[in-house]
Design a protein around this ligand. Structure first.
Ligand code: PNS
Length: 159
C-alpha cells in the first residue's frame, strides 16, 4: 500500500500504538497518523496535547506524518490520498467495535480498505483507559508508555 491512515484518540499514545506504527511502516509507504480532534468519548488530554505526544513518539520515523483530523475518517483518508486505514487489533474484545467501524467505513467509501495489525503480545492487553486509571492511582507506568508520556500523565493526574 502506498499510503494509509492510522487513526485514533491517542489519549495518550502507548507502547501498543507505537508498536502498530512500526509494524505498519514495514508494509506502507507513507503512514498518516491521524489524531481525532473531537472523538466521541471524553478525553483526558486536549487535542493539542495528544497531537504533541504522538508527534514526539513518531519523531525520526521516516515516512510517518502526524496530524489532527476532524469529521469523517474516510473523507480525511481520501483527502490525504491514502488507500487504506490501519487499526490495531488486540484481543477478541476489540473485534465487535472494529468490525462495525470497518464495515461502516466501507459502506461510506468502498475504495478504502481497513487493514488490521496485531501488536506484539507484550502489548496486547494495553489500553489508554487502563493507563489513565493507573496514573490516577499513582502506579508505575514505565512498562506502558514512553517516559515523556509518563511525565504528562503525572502532571495531569498529580501523582
Ligand atoms: O482510538 P479510538 O478511540 O478507538 O479511535 C476511534 C476513531 C477516532 C478512529 C473513530 O471514532 C473515528 O474514526 N472517528 C471519526 C468519525 C467517523 O468517521 N466515524 C464513522 C466511522 S466509526
Amino acid at each position: 500500500m502506498r499510503a494509509a491512515v492510522y487513526p485514533g484518540s491517542f489519549d495518550p499514545i502507548t507502547y501498543g500504538h507505537i508498536d502498530v506504527i512500526q509494524r505498519a511502516k514495514k508494509i506502507i509507504g507513507t503512514l498518516f497518523v491521524a489524531v481525532a480532534a473531537k472523538p466521541p468519548k471524553e478525553m483526558a488530554f486536549s487535542a493539542e496535547e495528544r497531537l504533541s505526544m504522538v508527534k514526539e513518539a513518531a519523531a525520526g520515523l521516516e515516512g510517518v506524518r502526524v496530524n489532527l483530523f476532524e469529521g469523517l475518517l474516510v473523507e480525511y483518508t481520501l483527502k490525504v490520498g491514502a488507500q487504506g486505514i490501519i487499526r490495531g487489533l488486540r484481543a477478541l474484545t476489540d473485534f465487535e467495535y472494529e468490525f462495525q467501524m470497518a464495515l461502516t467505513n466501507r459502506k461510506l467509501c468502498d475504495q478504502i480498505e481497513t487493514v488490521f495489525l496485531m501488536p506484539s503480545e507484550a502489548y496486547s492487553y494495553l489500553s489508554s483507559s487502563m493507563i489513565k486509571e493507573i496514573a490516577r492511582l499513582g502506579g508505575d507506568l514505565s512498562a506502558f508508555v514512553p517516559p515523556f508520556v509518563c511525565e504528562k500523565l503525572r502532571e495531569k493526574f498529580g501523582k
